[in-house]
Write a protein that binds this ligand. Structure first.
Ligand code: ATP
Ligand code: MG
Length: 282
C-alpha cells in the first residue's frame, strides 16, 4: 500500500465535485426534475414551456433550465439557443440567456459537434457532468427545472442522484395503455429514489380543431388521470396536441410565447400555478 501519493483518490474527487455541485445549487429555492417513463412524450416541450411560463410570473433571471439530457439538442433548439457557447468569468460558467430571461445550461453547449456524445460514455460522462455542474454560476434562482434523459434507466438515475435536495419530480406521459405501464415505472423510479412526486402531466391529450375549436379525442385520453388516482399521485393537467408546436420549435420560439392564447399555453399556466402552490407550501 502506498501512502505517499499525490494521486487523487477517485472517490475523494467525486465527493469534492458533489460538494461543489451542492454549493453551486445552494441558492436555488426550488429544484424540479421532469421525467418520463419513455422517450418522445414531450418532456422537453413541457420543461421549456413550464420554465418560460414560470419566468413570466417571476422577476427576470429567477428561473433556470438545466438540460441534462445528452441525447440531443432539443432544449437549445426550442429556445433559439442552438450553437450557443457558454461564457466563463471569475464566478464560474454563466448560463445562457434564453427567452423571458430564463437561464439555460445545456450539456449540448459543451459539445464541439453533434457526434461528440458518442465519445462520452458511462463513468466518464457522469464525471464530466459532475465537474461541469460544480462550476455553473446559477445565482439565486427561484426555480430550476431539469430535463432528465428519458426513461428510468441508469442515466436518468445517475443524474438525479447528482442533484442535491430536489423539491420533486414531474412525470410526463401520453394517453394510451402502453404508456400507462411505462408511467408506473416512472412513479416507482421516483419513489425508489426518495424524491417527492409533484404530479403527472398528460401531454398530447386530445386535439383542438384549428378550424372549429372543438376538441377531438385522438388516443384514448384520460390515462394520466386514472394512473394518478391508482397510484395516489396528483394529476397536474393535460396538454392537447397542437400542430403549431413543431413550427414554433423549429423557429426557436417557445410555444407559450408564440401562442399565449392557445389551449396548450393556458394549460401550461394552470399547471404552473399548481406546481408553485405545491412547492411553496413545503
Ligand atoms: N402537445 C404537443 N403537440 C404537438 N406536438 C408535440 C406536443 N408535445 C410534443 N410534441 C412533439 O413531439 C416530439 C417530442 O417532443 P419532445 O422532444 O418534447 O419529447 P421528449 O419526451 O423530450 O423526447 P426525448 O425522449 O427525445 O427527449 C417533438 O417533435 C414535439 O414537437
Ligand atoms: Mg427531450
Amino acid at each position: 500500500m502506498t501512502q505517499d501519493t499525490d494521486e487523487i483518490n477517485p472517490f475523494e474527487q467525486r465527493n469534492k465535485q458533489m460538494e461543489h455541485v451542492k454549493q453551486r445549487m445552494g441558492k436555488i429555492k426550488h429544484k424540479i426534475a421532469i421525467i418520463s417513463g419513455k422517450g418522445g412524450v414531450g418532456k422537453s416541450l413541457v420543461t421549456v414551456n413550464l420554465g418560460v411560463g414560470l419566468s413570466m410570473k417571476e422577476d427576470d433571471g429567477k428561473v433556470g433550465i438545466l438540460d441534462a439530457d445528452l441525447t440531443g439538442p432539443t432544449i437549445p433548439k426550442m429556445m433559439g439557443l442552438k450553437g450557443k457557447k457558454l461564457e466563463v468569468g471569475p464566478p464560474g460558467i454563466f448560463p445562457a440567456d434564453g427567452p423571458e430571461g430564463v437561464k439555460v445550461v445545456s450539456m449540448d453547449f459543451l459539445l464541439p459537434n453533434d457526434e461528440a456524445p458518442v465519445i462520452w460514455r458511462g463513468p466518464l460522462k457522469m464525471g464530466a457532468i459532475r465537474q461541469f455542474l460544480g462550476e455553473v454560476a446559477w445565482g439565486d434562482l427561484e426555480f430550476l427545472l431539469v430535463d432528465l434523459p428519458p426513461g428510468t434507466g441508469d442515466e436518468p438515475l445517475s443524474i438525479l442522484q447528482l442533484l442535491p435536495e430536489m423539491d420533486g419530480v414531474v412525470i410526463v406521459t401520453i394517453p394510451s395503455e402502453v404508456s400507462e405501464v411505462v408511467v408506473r415505472k416512472a412513479v416507482t423510479f421516483a419513489r425508489k429514489m426518495n424524491v417527492p412526486i409533484l404530479g403527472i402531466i398528460e401531454n398530447m391529450s386530445g386535439m383542438v380543431c384549428p378550424h372549429c375549436g372543438e376538441e377531438i379525442e385522438v388516443f384514448s385520453e384520460g390515462g394520466g388521470m386514472s394512473i394518478s388516482e391508482d397510484m395516489d399521485v396528483d394529476f397536474l393537467g393535460s396538454i392537447p396536441i397542437d400542430p403549431r408546436v413543431s413550427s414554433a420549435s423549429d423557429e426557436g420560439v417557445p410555444f407559450i410565447i408564440k401562442y399565449p392564447e392557445a389551449p396548450a399555453s393556458k394549460s401550461f399556466m394552470k399547471i404552473i400555478e399548481k406546481i408553485e402552490e405545491k412547492v411553496k407550501k413545503e
